[in-house]
Write a protein that binds this ligand. Structure first.
Ligand code: NIG
Ligand code: FE
Length: 412
């Protein structure tokens, strides 16, 4: 818990003035300290500066980075890490020209993972998710938001949230739980959509709220999924039960989900592949984080969210993986940064800010994590690279050297 990390070739702190998030040109300023050091006490960062200027107390554990590069742990603010089964058959169908929507309409998609997840035991879900989280950590992610949404009935949604809360208690990463009962309409309510909305509002939200099983409530607000009215009703009710709104917005079509998110004071609106100028105007006036998910566009071969317009409008932008078995089977944040740079015209600096500090803001946690600053949780990852830009540049290779979580060097 007490640790002195020294001789860090580039200490990428991301922020230096306690900013809760960054927007516009600020996203390019990473506050890099050459030959830096970090002094950690009780898992909290105490001092950050050049190695030559910090004198550590006697007998403290020392980690000599020997010129390696350090970044804040990545904050993956949008994932569906708990699920059973897999959908490589759909991956092959898309390669033959079928779209995500066509596959969903023919019985695949979210519903196929729902069937597998309903059939899985808690132990099985826990075991597979634990292994995924450990791999995420090994790739530099120290905080993971996890959504329910593959149960789609009270029993199985609650099973998923119980698993997520066990992971929250026991896993090495920081886990943030989100309720996504409104992810799709289950087959038993195909002809009675309002019946499923009522089930969420009358049965699921009160139970989950009372037990504080979820920090956030998310809704997949899109054509063929939850419409604006259903989304608003669910999220207003979720607020009454102490959950903060999030939205899957503008992924497949533009039905006004982003504007609704802004009106409801959602902490973030996520996806945004079909973001409109109206949506941008609404976000400008709100405190929402715009979270883009490069891995989903890449995997589904769909348009990318207009990251440049978002940044140029001064809206804080975050990047997350959307890790899930259907639309984004990848939990590497460095890979997302590479895609953001090559496909969305973001600079490496903007993408790193989006994957750390702004991801933390998308979880309401930026006073605790997301940058290497005094007073924050000591979640710091060291990479065996000559420059921080090497991370997205030499892509699809794991450059992690050491992971420091709450001030402890992980060995697992
Ligand atoms: O974020 N858009 C909705 N939900 C997921 C996909 C989930 C799935 O296909 O299993 C997403 O892309
Ligand atoms: Fe998602």
């Amino acid at each position: 818990m007490n640790l002195f990390i020294k001789n860090i070739g580039q200490l990428v702190t991301v922020a230096a003035r306690g900013e809760p998030f960054k927007a516009g040109a600020d996203m390019r300023e990473l506050h890099v300290i050459e030959n830096g050091a970090v002094l950690i006490e009780d898992g909290i960062i105490r001092t950050v500066g050049p190695t030559a200027e910090i004198s550590p107390p006697n007998n403290i554990d020392v980690l000599d980075a020997d010129g390696r590069i350090a970044l804040p742990g990545f904050v993956d603010s949008h994932t569906h890490t708990v699920f059973a089964g897999s959908r490589e058959n759909e991956f092959a169908m898309r390669a033959e020209g079928k779209s995500y929507q066509e596959i969903a309409a023919s019985g695949g998609g979210i519903i196929s993972t729902m069937t597998a997840t309903r059939a899985a035991s808690k132990k099985e879900l826990l075991h597979t998710a634990e292994r995924r989280i450990n791999e995420m950590l090994r790739h530099g992610t120290t905080t993971v938001e996890i959504k329910s949404g593959y149960g789609l009935n009270p029993e199985s949604e609650i099973k998923m949230l119980e698993v997520i809360n066990i992971l929250r208690r026991d896993s090495l990463a920081t886990i943030v739980p989100t309720f996504l009962g409104a992810h799709a309409f289950p087959p038993e309510f195909k002809g009675d959509k309002q019946g499923y909305v009522d089930l969420i509002i009358n049965r699921m939200l009160p139970y989950i709220g009372e037990r504080q099983f979820a920090t956030f409530c998310d809704v997949f607000c899109d054509e063929g999924y939850f419409d604006l009215r259903q989304t608003e009703n669910i999220l207003l009710e979720a607020k009454r039960h102490g959950m903060i709104p999030k939205l899957h917005a503008d992924q497949l079509s533009a039905i006004g989900a982003t504007k609704l998110g802004a009106q409801l004071n959602a902490v973030s609106v996520d996806h945004l592949e079909h973001l409109t100028t109206d949506g941008i105007e609404a976000l400008k006036k709100s405190s929402c984080i715009a979270t883009v998910l490069p891995g989903a566009s890449f995997f589904l071969n769909q348009p990318y969210a207009p990251a440049r317009s978002i940044i140029e409008a001064g809206i804080p932008l975050a990047i997350a993986t959307d890790f899930n078995p259907g639309s984004a089977m990848c939990f590497s944040m460095p890979m997302m940064i590479t895609i953001a740079c090559t496909q969305m015209n973001m600079t490496p600096e903007e993408a790193i800010t989006a994957a750390t500090l702004n991801g933390a803001a998308a979880l309401g946690l930026s006073s605790e994590i997301g940058s290497v600053e005094a007073g924050k949780q000591a979640d710091i990852v060291l990479y065996d690279v000559p420059h921080y830009r090497f991370l997205p540049y030499h892509y699809a290779f794991n450059h992690v050297w050491r992971i420091v979580k709450n001030g402890t060097v992980l060995e697992f």
